[in-house]
Design a binder for this molecule. Structure first.
Ligand code: GDP
Length: 445
C-alpha cells in the first residue's frame, strides 16, 4: 500500500540522511521534492502545499536533536505532520450503533466497493460487537445488486431484507426500519444505488432516504485508487448529503497514499476504514500512524529519532530534578516548566496530574493561569540575561523595569512571576527533603 509515495519520499530522504548538517535552504529544497512527490501521488495541490508549509515551519523552528542527523529529524517531522493531517477525533472504528435499531447509510459511486463494504462492516459488527444486523439493498436499478447483497448475507450469516419488486428506495428504507424494529435488530444497513458519476437524481434519492431514516452514520465508500476523483466525490457527497466518515477501498492495490491524505484534509471528515481485498474480512480500522508509516516507509528512522528525543528528555528531567531538590531551581527551569505546561493544557491540567499539588493548583487558579499568561511569563523570562535567569535575586529595580517593558508588561507582573518562582523553589526543596523516592520523583514520571 502506498508504495509509490514511499519510494519517492525515500529517494528524497536518502539524499538528506547522508548529509551531516542541514541548512534552512536544504530543508526547503527537500520539501520542494516532498511536494512534487505528494502531487505525483495524487495529493491535491492545496493539500500538498499546506502540508509542506506546515512541515517547513515545524522543521525550521526546531532545535536539532542530538545524536540523529538533521535529515533523520526531518523524516520524523514529516511523519508527524502526516499523522496530524490524517488524524480524526475519537476511534474511527467505533460506529454509532447505540439506540437500536441504528441505521447506517452506505453511499458512493457504482463500483467503489459499496456493497462489498456493507457486507464487511455487517460482519464486523456481528463478529466483533455481537450486533444483530439487517442489510437492505436500495438499488432498484440493478436487480443483480440486490441479489449480490443477499448472497453476501448468506455467506457471512447476516440477514437481508426480502426483495419486493416495484418499491422505490424510500419505501425499501422504511420497510427495513420496520423490519429492524420488529425483528429486534441492533443495526440496519442501507446499501444505496450508485452511479458511474454523480448526478442530481442520485443525490436526490440519497437525500430522500437520509431524511426518511435519519442515519446514525453515513459512510461514503470511495475507491482509493481513483485519487483526485475520490476527493471530489467525497466533497460533493459531504456538501449535499453530509457524511460521517469515509471508507477507502482497494488499498491493497497499487497504493497511492494521496487519496487518504487529501480526502481527510479537504473534507475534514475522518477516514474510518480501509478496504484491503475482496474477502469479507479484508477490512481494517483506519490507523493514521500506520498509514503514515506506510506512506513514508521509514519506520526505523522514525523510531530512532523518537528514542533519541526520549533519552534527551529523560536526561534533562533528571538533571532538573537533581537541581530542584538541592534548591537550585532557576528561571530557566521555570521556563521549561511553563513551556511544558503549555503543551499539557495549561497549569491546571498539569497540576491535576501531580500528586500533592492541590494547594498550588488553587493558587495557580487564583492567579488566573491560562495560555496567554503562560506565554507572557515565558516572554518575561526571555527578556532576562543569562545571569539573571540563573540567579534572579540579582535583579535591581531598574533592570526589572526594563525587563517588564521589553516583554510589554508591568513590573508588578514580573514581581508576581518572581514570587511564584520563589514559592515553587521552596516547595521543590521541601519535596526534595522528603527523599529521593518521594513525591517529586513520582511527579516527574
Ligand atoms: P459497488 O458497485 O460499489 O457496490 O461495488 P462492489 O461492492 O460490487 O465492488 C466492486 C468490485 O470491487 C468487486 O469485485 C469487489 O470484490 C471489489 N472490491 C471491493 N472492495 C475491495 C477492496 O478493498 N480491495 C479489492 N481488491 N477489491 C475490492
Amino acid at each position: 500500500m502506498f508504495e509509490n509515495l514511499s519510494e519517492r519520499l525515500s529517494g528524497v530522504f536518502d539524499r538528506l540522511t547522508k548529509q551531516g548538517a542541514l541548512s534552512e535552504e536544504d530543508v526547503k529544497t527537500a520539501l520542494r521534492e516532498v511536494r512534487v512527490a505528494l502531487l505525483e501521488a495524487d495529493v491535491s495541490l492545496p493539500v500538498a502545499r499546506e502540508f509542506v508549509k506546515k512541515v517547513q515551519t515545524e522543521a525550521t523552528g526546531q532545535a536539532v536533536t542530538k545524536s540523529v542527523t538533521p535529515g533523520q529529524q526531518v523524516v520524523k517531522i514529516v511523519h508527524d505532520a502526516l499523522i496530524a493531517t490524517l488524524q480524526g477525533e475519537g476511534d474511527p472504528g467505533q460506529l454509532k450503533v447505540d439506540n437500536p435499531p441504528a441505521p447506517i447509510l452506505m453511499v458512493g459511486l457504482q463500483g467503489s466497493g459499496k456493497t462489498t463494504t456493507t457486507g464487511k462492516l455487517a460482519k464486523r459488527l456481528k463478529d466483533k460487537e455481537g450486533k444483530k444486523v439487517l442489510m437492505a439493498s436500495l438499488d432498484v436499478y440493478r436487480p443483480a445488486a440486490m441479489d449480490q447483497l443477499a448472497v453476501l448475507g448468506t455467506q457471512i450469516g447476516v440477514d437481508t431484507l426480502p426483495i419486493v419488486k416495484g418499491q422505490n428506495p424510500v419505501d425499501i428504507a422504511k420497510r427495513a426500519k420496520q423490519q429492524a424494529m420488529l425483528g429486534g435488530y441492533d443495526v440496519y444497513m442501507l446499501d444505496t444505488a450508485g452511479r458511474l458519476h454523480i448526478d442530481e437524481v442520485l443525490m436526490q434519492e440519497v437525500e430522500d432516504v437520509r431524511n426518511a431514516v435519519e442515519p446514525r452514520e453515513t459512510l461514503l465508500v470511495v475507491d482509493g485508487l481513483t485519487g483526485q476523483v475520490a476527493v471530489e466525490v467525497a466533497q460533493e457527497f459531504d456538501d449535499k448529503i453530509g457524511i460521517s466518515g469515509v471508507v477507502l477501498t482497494r488499498m491493497d492495490g497499487d497504493g497511492r497514499g494521496g487519496a487518504a491524505l487529501s480526502m481527510r484534509a479537504v473534507t475534514g471528515k475522518p477516514i474510518r476504514f480501509v478496504g484491503l481485498g475482496e474477502k469479507m474480512d479484508a477490512l481494517e480500522t483506519f490507523e493514521p500512524d500506520r498509514i503514515a508509516g506506510r506512506i513514508l516507509g521509514m519506520g526505523d528512522i522514525v523510531a530512532l529519532v523518537e528514542k533519541a528525543q526520549e533519552t534527551i528528555e529523560a536526561e534533562q528531567a533528571e538533571k532538573m530534578m537533581k537541581r530542584m531538590m538541592k534548591g537550585q531551581f532557576n528561571m530557566n527551569d521555570l521556563r521549561t516548566q511553563l513551556e511544558q505546561m503549555q503543551q499539557m493544557g495549561g497549569m491546571e491540567g498539569m497540576m491535576s496530574m501531580m500528586p500533592g499539588m492541590g494547594k498550588m493548583a488553587k493558587q495557580v487558579e487564583e492567579a488566573g493561569f491560562d495560555d496567554k499568561v503562560l506565554k507572557r511569563q515565558i516572554a518575561l523570562i526571555q527578556s532576562m540575561t543569562k545571569k539573571e535567569r540563573a540567579n534572579p535575586k540579582i535583579l535591581q529595580a531598574n533592570r526589572k523595569k526594563r525587563i517588564a517593558r521589553g516583554a510589554g508588561m508591568e513590573v508588578s507582573d514580573l514581581n508576581k512571576l518572581l514570587k511564584m518562582h520563589r514559592q515553587m523553589g521552596d516547595m521543590m526543596k521541601k519535596m526534595g527533603k522528603m527523599g529521593k523516592g518521594g513525591m517529586l520523583k513520582q511527579a516527574m514520571k
